[in-house]
Design a protein around this ligand. Structure first.
Ligand code: IPD
Ligand code: CA
Ligand code: CA
Length: 271
């Protein structure tokens, strides 16, 4: 099966799960449990969305593995893994803010961002009816429109997205990086869904993005959308994008942000 075919399956599953999540939102949302900290929540809709996604993947691709935020890892035998965030931006979801999405990435190799090869991606934000898709070598799309990163961006007028983890001590260190960087660029945005933010870099709605502590399911789909749209995706000091640092921008802005973030030791926040 081609990467493009995998993208179409991911898109259809993301659309189904997105509709479910949007319907549950209309019916009302409450916190089902907390995870790593009181701020880190899961709703019944996160669990229901992941179960639906898992059922649909198993039906379409019974030999593939699945790594989902809520359900963990299920090994497959094909060498392909579906990396699933059933709701990215759950805090926005809880508050009725529209920046939340179902994120489905399809990767080859171990489901580890340091080594995997991304094959296909779908990120669907149902409250905005925004569908981003990409396949390896096949470009990135918003709906049916091919998207591209902003090029030749002067760093001083670059709009840069970022996010914060749930751990309070880590947030303080992340905020210190933002305090330094904000004087060097046009402005910083923190909108609350890493998956959508990565797609926004591909779509030219952000010039760049950096994040610390991103999980595989936060980045699997959005990073492919951005790279297929022309972004460089990586960590600092030539490393691949991992939890230590996920940086995306067109190559010249990437180099600028990389140098600044290296100088600030931003990839050592998790140490
Ligand atoms: C979170 C969001 C947030 C980012 C966090 C993620 P969740 O995912 O993407 O924007 O800053 O690092 O954990 O918990 O809403 O799936
Ligand atoms: Ca997430
Ligand atoms: Ca999530």
């Amino acid at each position: 099966m081609s990467a493009h075919d995998l993208q179409d399956i991911a898109r259809d599953i993301a659309a189904r799960a997105g509709e479910l999540v949007r319907d549950r939102r209309r019916e009302g949302v409450s916190v089902a449990a907390t995870k790593s900290s009181p701020e880190d929540i899961v709703t019944a809709a996160d669990r229901e969305s992941e179960q639906l996604i898992r059922d649909l993947i198993v039906r379409a691709r019974p030999h593939d593995g699945i790594l989902g935020e809520e359900g963990g890892g299920t090994a497959g035998s094909s060498g392909i893994t579906w990396v699933v965030d059933p709701i990215d931006g759950t805090v926005n979801y809880l508050y009725g803010l529209p920046d939340y999405a179902v994120s489905i990435g399809v990767v080859e190799g171990d489901p580890d961002p340091a080594t995997w090869s991304p094959l296909a991606a779908a990120v669907y934000a149902p409250a905005r009816d925004l569908m981003y898709t990409a396949s390896q070598g096949g470009g990135a799309f918003r709906g049916t429109k091919q998207i591209h990163v902003n090029t030749a961006v002067n760093p001083r007028v670059a709009l840069v997205g970022t996010g914060f983890g749930y751990d309070p001590e880590r947030r303080v260190r992340q905020a210190a990086i933002v305090t330094e960087l904000i004087a060097e660029v046009r402005d910083i945005r923190r909108m609350g869904s890493a998956a959508i933010d990565l797609c926004r870099v591909g779509d030219g709605c952000l010039d760049g993005f950096f994040g610390v502590g991103l999980n595989p399911w936060d980045m699997a789909a959005g990073a492919l959308v951005a790279s297929e749209a022309g972004a460089r995706v990586g960590g600092l000091r030539g490393a691949p994008a991992t939890a230590s640092m996920t940086l995306l921008a067109e190559p010249r802005l990437f180099a600028f942000l990389e140098a600044k973030l290296e100088g600030l030791g931003a990839d050592r926040i998790l140490d």
